[in-house]
Design a protein around this ligand. Structure first.
Ligand code: NDP
Length: 297
């Protein structure tokens, strides 16, 4: 059986594909460039899904925090097309498949929920309409709505991904050299929530959604231990045996990333994985100390 993974070349996709291969699936990646077991989005439009396709996952998305991209209409369009158009391409292929896959697993982000210092959010909480990124999340989720003829046939799971911690991508890849030099510190006030998850667990949740027929709907892809940015910074620096005394001021983040993106790290949400736990997913790294020990090995 095969699993089709849009964006499978990326940080999370790479870890997910490895897990899926290790349990016997053939993985077909959908990418902007063709390769071995790697097809393009055009191929999907023209030829549809493989006959033995068990599951379709979409992890494609232009990197929001790419400092080389200025925030302008062109960047907004790329953020949109790389998520919503790719999702729609996969959904069209699912709709026209002779034997539809068992499940579609789509991606969204915790930016769906409005930043809030006090209240916590579960998958049942409202959101998705407070700024550009939250509306992007809403449309990303809506793009994977299945037609009436498929709703009882194809399971639909949406994972709202938190801040993913892994040595080979995302935030840790950026901050590791800085902390290693002893130059790390909290970002902004440090009081904002930091809804983190270890790379092994986010890939694990996608795998769990693919393999378990009782899992459906929205799952928060965050660890069950909510922390602030300051608490994360102190724990990470301690695991590296380094001080964390050089805060990164908010204005510097605004300067590098622009205010629309810098918000994603200067503000935060307290997000809980209520449904993820209810469906029985067991976190490998439920607390930051064990996660940081692994990241700093
Ligand atoms: P990556 O930045 O590693 O990128 C995933 C893949 O998306 C890339 O490998 C690339 O595949 C494809 N892609 C990039 N730009 C475009 C584009 N303009 N058009 C079409 N495809 C594109 O992402 P992650 O693995 O870190 O994250 C996966 C998803 O999860 C993303 O949608 C991201 O927004 C979301 N997410 C990630 C978080 C994190 O902390 N990592 C946090 C919250 C959400 P190729 O080059 O093969 O075409």
């Amino acid at each position: 059986m095969s699993v089709v993974v849009g964006g499978g070349t990326g940080f999370i996709g790479h870890h997910l594909c490895k897990k899926l291969r290790s349990i016997g699936y053939k993985v077909i990646i959908v990418s902007r460039t063709a390769g071995f077991n790697q097809i393009t989005w055009n191929d999907v439009q023209e030829n549809g899904l493989p006959d033995d396709c068990k599951a379709v996952v979409n992890l494609a998305g232009e990197n929001l925090m790419n400092p080389l991209r200025r925030w302008n209409a062109g960047f907004e369009k790329d953020l949109y097309d790389s998520r919503i158009k790719t999702t729609k391409t996969l959904l069209t292929a699912i709709s026209s498949a002779q034997t539809p896959p068992e499940v579609f697993v789509g991606t969204s982000a915790i930016g769906f929920y409005a930043p809030d210092d006090e209240n916590s959010y579960t998958e049942y909480s409202p959101g998705g309409d407070h700024d550009f990124l939250s509306r992007l999340c809403s449309e990303w989720e809506t793009a994977s709505t299945l037609g009436p003829s498929l709703t009882n046939i194809v399971r639909r799971v949406i994972i709202r991904v938190g801040i993913v911690l892994g040595r080979d991508g995302g935030v840790i890849q950026n901050i590791y050299p800085v902390f290693n030099l002893g130059l790390g510190g909290r970002i902004g006030s440090g009081n904002q929530w930091f809804p983190w998850i270890h790379i092994s667990d986010i890939a694990g949740i996608y795998q769990y959604a693919v393999c378990n027929s009782h899992v459906n709907g929205v799952l928060n892809g965050v660890a069950p231990q909510p922390l602030t940015n300051s608490e994360f910074t102190q724990t990470f620096a301690k695991a590296m045996n380094r001080p964390a005394i050089f805060p990164v001021p908010g204005f510097a983040m605004n300067l590098v990333y622009g205010s629309e993106r810098a918000k994603a790290v200067l503000e935060g949400q307290k997000v809980l994985p209520e449904r993820t736990l209810k469906f029985g997913y067991q976190f490998q790294y439920p607390d930051l100390i064990s996660a940081c020990k692994n990241l700093c090995q």
